[in-house]
Design a protein around this ligand. Structure first.
Ligand code: ADP
Length: 173
């Protein structure tokens, strides 16, 4: 695995990186999980800016400022809802990472942290999602210009273990 990818367990809202990614819903008007945590830590101005964006399609990404967060930017992306795996879920999840990283490059972001998109309320199996996440991060770093560090943030120790296993598998192949 590329050394510029780091797996950690923790709360993404506390990280001192240029950008954190939000696993939002298509309204971009706030929700539970990581979205709720980001909005409460960033403060009400984040929601005000999100209102001006008029939502976001699944697999796409939009950027705002980070307000009261240590991160300068929040990149909002909408992961696919898991419907069994035969409904383009893998591709759409990969697009979240690709588009998020593309936006990061456009804004000269050097460090970025991702939560485990879609694996909470949206029900995407975390083993499968972790492989997609790591592959997209790795691929991006092969042609990255400004991004130097990508952090995969696991909220639970359980997810952290799954991501670590995925790294080991990745290194074998
Ligand atoms: P989705 O709707 O895309 O599934 P969720 O917010 O429900 O989004 O879950 C995505 C992932 O974010 C889950 O693994 C969840 O445990 C994790 N998560 C929740 N709060 C935080 C946080 N503060 N920092 C990092 N990850 C978080």
């Amino acid at each position: 695995m590329d050394r510029r990818i780091e797996i950690i367990q923790g709360d993404i809202t506390t990280l001192h990186v240029d950008a954190i990614v939000n696993a939002a819903n298509s309204s971009l008007l706030g929700g539970g999980g990581v979205d709720g945590a980001i909005h409460s830590a960033a403060g009400p101005q984040l929601l005000e800016e999100c209102r001006t964006l008029h939502g976001c399609e699944t697999g796409e990404a939009k950027i705002t400022k980070g307000y009261n967060l240590p991160a300068a930017y929040v990149i909002h992306t909408v992961g696919p809802i898991w419907h069994g795996g035969n409904n383009n879920e893998d591709k759409l999840l990969a697009r979240c990472y690709k588009n998020g990283l593309h936006l990061a490059e456009q804004h000269r972001v050097t460090s970025i942290a991702f939560p485990s998109i879609s694996t909470g309320v949206y029900g995407f199996p975390v083993e499968r999602a972790s492989r997609i996440a790591l592959l997209e991060m790795h691929e991006h770093l092969q042609h990255a210009q400004s991004v130097q560090k990508i952090i995969a943030v696991c909220f639970s120790p359980h997810d952290f273990g799954i991501y670590q296993t995925a790294v080991k598998e990745f290194d074998k192949n």
